[in-house]
Design a protein around this ligand. Structure first.
Ligand code: GRF
Length: 216
């Protein structure tokens, strides 16, 4: 089986990177992680890549005098590593429109809310403040507008009365670790694709059951 070459961009802890690495160790997983790039030196995610024997690179954005020159260097690095799909996994940097357009349909992100609700930062405290009883995470194609690209897959979790932001974040993180490997699988297998501004699916199943929150 020829596996699709994936590059993962990180800025920190890298627990989603770890989930992708773990998934890719299965012999039938259709993607291999060939490159990890962090814009921050010394972060935990880089150690995860090293432990897995995956080439890891640090591209510190302070070393570049513009967003465009950083993005050009990033693009070159990904091309040198013959990366076909790029996954943003806690990558805390806005990418230029030209980078995003250049990777259109091959650049995906995970966000810890049920988009299009709660785009941006400090998601969990805003969810709690809103009184929402369900939250979750979303994997979407990246477009120039932040957290706004066509949605590939979502997972929902309950918000419990008494939750703090940390409890909610860790409940969601646990499902992020299932959802991201699933979404990368679908993309790598060509079962999901971007057509214009819509996502098209082939041979995918709906989820069973529904989530009611709270329950009696
Ligand atoms: C995750 O919650 C992800 O949804 C968001 O940033 C966080 C990254 O966590 N984009 P990690 O670095 O993968 O542990």
């Amino acid at each position: 089986m020829t596996r699709v070459r994936a590059g993962i961009l990180i800025s920190g802890r890298g627990s989603n990177l770890q989930a992708l690495i773990d998934a890719s160790t299965a012999s039938d997983y259709p993607a291999e992680i060939v490159s990890v790039v962090s814009n921050v030196a010394g972060v935990e995610g880089l150690k995860r890549a090293q432990r897995a024997g995956i080439p890891a690179h640090v591209l510190e954005h302070e070393a570049y005098n513009s967003r465009e020159s950083f993005d050009e260097a990033l693009h070159r690095l990904l091309c040198e590593n013959r990366v076909a799909i790029v996954c943003l996994a806690g990558f805390m940097r806005i990418l230029s429109d030209s980078f995003v357009e250049g990777w259109r349909g091959r650049l995906i992100n995970i966000h810890p809310s049920l988009l299009p609700a709660f785009k941006g930062l400090n998601v969990h405290s805003r969810v709690l403040q809103s009184g929402s009883r369900i939250s979750g995470c979303t994997v979407h194609f990246v477009v120039p507008e932040l957290d706004s690209g066509p949605i590939i897959a979502q997972a929902a979790v309950p918000v419990f009365p008494g939750d703090g932001a940390e409890a909610l974040a860790s409940r969601i993180l646990a499902v992020e670790h299932k959802l991201y490997p699933l979404a990368l699988r679908l993309l790598a297998e060509g079962r999901v694709a971007l057509a214009g501004d819509r996502v098209v699916y082939r041979r995918v199943q709906g989820a069973a059951g529904e989530l009611l929150s709270p329950q009696a």
